[in-house]
Structure formats: structure tokens, C-alpha cells
Design a protein around this ligand. Sequence first.
Ligand SMILES: Cc1cc2nc3c(=O)[nH]c(=O)nc-3n(C[C@H](O)[C@H](O)[C@H](O)COP(=O)(O)OP(=O)(O)OC[C@H]3O[C@@H](n4cnc5c(N)ncnc54)[C@H](O)[C@@H]3O)c2cc1C
Length: 388
Amino acid sequence: MSPTRTSDVLVVGGGIVGLATAWRAARRGLATTVVDPEPGGGAAQVAAGMLAAVTELHYGEETLLGLNLASARRYPDFAAELTELTGHDLGYRRCGTLAVALDADDRAHLRELHALQQRSGLDAQWLSGRECRRLEPMLAPGVRGGLRVDGDHQIDPRRLAAALVTACERSGVTVHRGWAERLLVAGGRAGGVLTSDGTEWGAGQVVLAGGSLSGRLAGVPAEVLPPVRPVKGQVVRLAMPDRARPLLSRTVRALVRGSHVYLVPRDSGELVIGATSEEMGWDTTVTAGGVYELLRDAHELVPGITELPLTETRAGLRPCSPDNAPLLGPTELEGLLLATGHGRNGVLLTPVTGDALADALTTGELPEAARPFSPRRFGATVLTEQPA
Ligand SMILES: Cc1cc2nc3c(=O)[nH]c(=O)nc-3n(C[C@H](O)[C@H](O)[C@H](O)COP(=O)(O)OP(=O)(O)OC[C@H]3O[C@@H](n4cnc5c(N)ncnc54)[C@H](O)[C@@H]3O)c2cc1C
């Protein structure tokens, strides 16, 4: 076995959540290591990057709304700081979102969402079908109405991930390309990990940020293993060749006969169409049926997409928790913290997560806004000793 290397904080998982956590921890003066075979990979390579606190509102998720809004408010400063440090353009666009309906049922559903948004004090404006098409002329004539939400923005998650890798490196984070095979626990506290090359990485605190794999790290006592599961999402990418006149000027999303579809136009000319939502374990196969449904629904919304070159199809895994909210901060196992379970909002929640974890790592406490998301809400009980 190789000799032990030590740091204050070791982050298992270099997706956007783990990287943001490591960057923010390093900025607070903590010696930080990230372990991941492919830092900057993960779900961000597939995600659309909608920063959609308002249009993603669901019944029963009002607490999550508070965290989503807190993160959305942080985005301008977070993105500016990241760009200044790394020189990376993040594709951060404050272009707004239009959520539309194509038939009476979908319109009724959207009206209900609007009522919920209004009760929650959110800014969303109801538009007629004609007003929707005035904003986005390429929308199908059948659009029956919609919601204009100027506060829901977008970022390019691939660029965000690449920038976070650079930010970590520039902030002195040690990035180790390898798998964490096992959490090391001694004397009733987490003390590091053993990596696939046989190295022991000791650490004062360990943050488990392994996305949909977070519940599978060996050595984590069963009582604190996060209840996170993968939810597969397939996505199609098209190219809008004429960048001067993009097909759409803002994100357009819709319910089409009950299934969700969105089209996210980037400044780069890329048009992202997503996404399916499938409980298929860790399978990331792109299927004909998935691609067909996305293109069929997107075509009903914006018929002109069929003219565009298809450049990529891909599937990724959302790390989902039982209540669709993340698990943040200290666990019942001393020295082990979680930053996982961000589900469909992980890109949006990256800034607030990085800061909340940095607070918890330096003070032992989560900030007020993050407290409802403690892993302890899932009722961890007394810990039993794990075999080494
Ligand atoms: C199709 C799709 C569309 C999406 N659209 C949006 C959107 O529009 N807006 C939004 O906000 N969010 C969106 N999301 C969600 C968002 O992408 C995720 O919530 C977020 O990327 C999760 O980041 P993460 O770092 O927690 O996990 P991941 O991206 O899964 O990264 C986890 C990392 O941990 C590493 N890892 C795991 N176990 C170990 C181990 N034992 N040792 C070392 N490394 C390990 C993995 O290699 C991986 O790199 C979407 C997701 C999908 C799939």
C-alpha cells in the first residue's frame, strides 16, 4: 500500500457539485483534494443547464424553491468570479424562459402552475398564444398560451464543469484522477479514502459528492449511505447554423400531451432538446424511442427544427433523492459530509451548494438556507461499527 497523503478536506466526486465544493473550500484556506477518474465529467456533460427556479416549481417543493432561488440569485457573481479566475466563457445567458401549452389540458396545467407561482410571490406573466408567437415567431401556430419568466436563465454545463476544474487547479486543490474504492473509518469517524491505485488519502473531513453513485461507496455505514438513485435523461443536440438569426431567442419549454420537453438555444449555435425521465438504474443507452419522443414533441412546438443538423444524442443520470431535494452537510458519521441528490436542479444549485458546504466544513454548521436539506432528515439512527 502506498503511503498516506493528507489534506483538510477530501471530496469524492469531481462533478460540478464536488468541484464547486472543493473550490469554495480551498478559497477558505482548507487544503483540499478531489478524487475522480474524470473530473468535470458526470451529468453536466449531458445537462441542458436551465437555471429554472420558477418554471421548475412543483407542488410540495416550496422549501426547495427557497434554495433554488437563493442559488439563482448567486449566479451572476458566481459566474463572474469563475470567469475572472479562469478566463472561461460559461455561456451564461440571462435570456429568460417561455413555458407554453399546445392543447387545453396542457394549458390548464400551465394555469395551475401560474397560480402556484403567484401564491409563491414569483414573477411570471401569462401570455396568449399570439403573444407567445410574437416573442418567438418560430413557435407552432397551435400554441394556446404560455408563461413568460424572464428570471429563469441558462448556462452551458460543459463549460461550467471545465471552468470549475481550472478554478480548482488555480486555487491549489489537488485533483487525483482515480476511483475512491472505500471510505476509511477509524475510531468512529471518517478519516479519508482508499483509491484504486492503493493510495490512502487521509483527511480531516470527507465530502461524498458522487452524484448517482453516492450510495455505493464501500465503507460508508449503511445508516448514513445517501438514498440517491439514478434517473436517466436522454438529450438531443442540434446545430443552428445561422447564429445571427437563431431559431429561438430564449429557452422554450412545454408540456406536450403530459410529457415535458424543452429547447435551450445557446449563443454557440447549439440547440439542446431534452429530456426523458426514466428509472433504468445506471443504464445510459440512447434509445430510438427516447430520441423519437423528444424530436416528435419538439417538432410539434417548433416545426422548423427538422431542418437542423443533428449533432449529438446522449443520456445522463440525475442523482435523485426521495424528496427531490439535495442532501447537504454533516452526517451522523463524524467527519463525513454529503453534497448529493441534486436531481434535476444540480446545475442551478451548484453555487449555493459550494458555499453551504464550505460553511459547514469551516464552522461545522450549515447556513440557514441549507438547513432543511440536512441528510439527517432521512432519519439516520445510531451507527453500527463497519468491518474495515
Ligand atoms: C438529461 C439531464 C438534464 C439536466 N438538465 C438540468 C438543467 O437544465 N438544470 C439543472 O440545474 N440541472 C440539470 N440536470 C441535473 C444536473 O446535471 C445534475 O444534478 C448535476 O450535474 C449533478 O452533479 P454532481 O456533481 O452531483 O453529480 P455527477 O455529475 O453525477 O458527478 C459525480 C461525479 O462523481 C464521480 N464519482 C462517483 N463515485 C466516485 C468514487 N467512488 N470515486 C471517485 N469519483 C466518483 C463520478 O465519476 C462523477 O464525475 C440535468 C441532468 C440530466 C441527466
